[in-house]
Design a protein around this ligand. Structure first.
Ligand code: SF4
Length: 461
């Protein structure tokens, strides 16, 4: 009960200061009751929720606790809660579970509205994502390969990933070892008879590698993984200042057919503030360079809730990006882990209601233009418990992104910090690479040894 109640406290009081909440369970007359009493300095709130039955399922009992806490706390907080009591990192998962239990779409919508107290926009979002996810059933014969490049030209102030700028020699050694790992992985994929469905090179910023290292990496991937034409192959080109015609040509030559160029905002002042060493114009230039190079599947990332940005600034960024008609747009809500420089700097963080409006406005603007939400997740420290959503024009969705949400195929993750996900018959097992690129290069024998764990997926195949 404590966990459920705490989720709701965090929803309304993210900093958790001076909040006391006591939830009490009782049973009487064939019903279960939960009473929550909240105390925030001088303000108090109390609410009792009940449900028929005395032997409730874990889910029903958890919801009862959350609802009573929600109604006790919501009058005391200025923060909106558009997701109601639907907490957790994958909000669409509940929709899929309810549908798998045999509920119709109309019934699911009603449950989200009446039991989970979600807004209509969020219900539309969750149902839309769940329907898209449902198109990809679990298949233990399929695999995606993720390759991490832990280098960036500078560090964004909101970033808590393991990335560094990396001296040239460090990068060379890293790519040399990474290619060995890719080679061994390719052999394992063939020995297990798996079908490679997608390759995703992320980071960090893969295009921060030099032209020659980028070429070595991509040519190695093609050879060792035997990349087929038309297979989904994404290379993140996140920082526009790392994109050049030569690098784009290499990506194209070796089969990359989806790239991601990420402005995050179209305001130079914000870009400076968050430590990104590029301008909005550099993003526009990189985007048109990519189009000229023949890329017809480009994703762009945008962040809602950046410091110093209000609703109209955000809308300007969104409209500018949409005017370019990228195939997909990933909208992130600012996520500040404790380790990030932004949190340590004490920069004022934008108000949750304004970020919620940004997200709602995005949903309406992009769906009007024909994009559909197809993957969604939340992170625990995200401002206001709000979501990150991948929108795409139909037919340009990234299968890899869907797999990260649904575990419908194996993910073999290579490079520093990679976390592989093996679909065993009854569970998903994670295999971790060393988090730090130093650990990765210094103990590479162990990195290779852990690859042998991939054979576990043969059990009961
Ligand atoms: S580009 Fe991404 S990985 Fe690199 S510093 Fe910025 S947020 Fe971190």
């Amino acid at each position: 009960m404590d966990y459920e109640a705490e989720q709701i406290v965090l929803l309304f009081f993210p900093e958790h200061h001076n909040v006391t909440l006591k939830s009490t369970l009782s049973v009487s007359g064939g019903k279960t009751y939960v009473t929550s009493e909240a105390d925030i300095l001088t303000k108090k709130g109390k609410h009792t929720e009940s449900m028929d039955g005395t032997d409730l399922s874990k889910r029903d009992l958890g919801n009862l606790v959350k609802r009573s806490a929600y109604f006790a706390l919501s009058p005391l907080s200025p923060l909106p809660a558009p997701w109601g009591i639907l907490t957790g990192v994958r909000p669409a998962k509940l929709v899929r579970i309810l549908m798998e239990e045999g509920k119709t779409e109309a019934e699911v919508r009603q449950i989200l509205r009446d039991v989970y107290l979600a807004d209509e926009d969020k219900i539309n979002l969750a149902v839309s994502v769940a329907l898209e996810e449902g198109r990809h059933p679990r298949n233990r014969k399929n695999v995606c390969v993720y390759i991490g490049i832990p280098f960036c030209p500078s560090r964004c102030s909101y970033c808590s990933f393991i990335s560094g700028t990396g001296a040239v020699a460090t990068q060379e050694e890293y790519v040399r070892l990474l290619l060995l790992e890719i080679k061994r992985t390719g052999e394992i994929i063939r020995e297990l008879g798996l079908s490679l469905k997608a390759v995703y090179i992320g980071g960090g910023t893969p295009t921060s590698l030099s032209v020659s290292l980028l070429e070595k990496l991509h040519s190695g991937i093609c050879d060792f993984l035997q990349v087929q034409e038309n297979m989904e192959f994404t290379t993140e080109a996140g920082r526009p200042d790392t994109v050049t015609p030569e690098k784009l040509q290499i990506l194209k030559q070796y089969g990359t057919n989806r790239i991601s160029i990420n402005p995050q905002t179209m305001h130079d002042e914000t870009l400076r503030r968050i430590g990104r060493r590029h301008t909005a114009q550099q993003f526009l230039d990189a985007f048109s360079m990519a189009r000229e190079a023949g890329f017809d599947n480009i994703n762009t990332d945008l962040i809602a809730g950046l410091p110093g940005e209000d609703f109209s600034m955000y809308c300007h960024s969104l409209e500018t990006i949409l005017s370019l008609s990228p195939e997909s747009l990933t909208l992130h809500t600012l996520y500040i882990k404790r380790a990030s420089a932004l949190r340590q700097s004490g920069e004022p963080v934008i108000q949750v209601p304004e970020v919620a409006d940004m997200l709602a406005c995005t949903y309406r603007s992009v769906t009007e233009k024909g994009y559909l939400p197809y993957y969604m997740y939340r992170q625990k420290a995200t401002v206001g418990n709000l979501e990150n959503v991948g929108y795409a024009k139909p037919g340009t969705e990234s299968f890899y992104n869907t797999v990260t949400m649904t575990d419908c195929a194996h993910i073999f993750a290579l490079g520093a910090g990679g976390v592989s996900r093996l679909l065993l018959p009854d569970k998903v097992e994670r295999v971790f690479n060393f988090k730090h690129d130093d650990g990765y290069t210094h103990d590479f024998d162990e990195v290779l040894r852990r690859k042998e764990q991939f054979y576990k997926i043969n059990q009961l195949m």
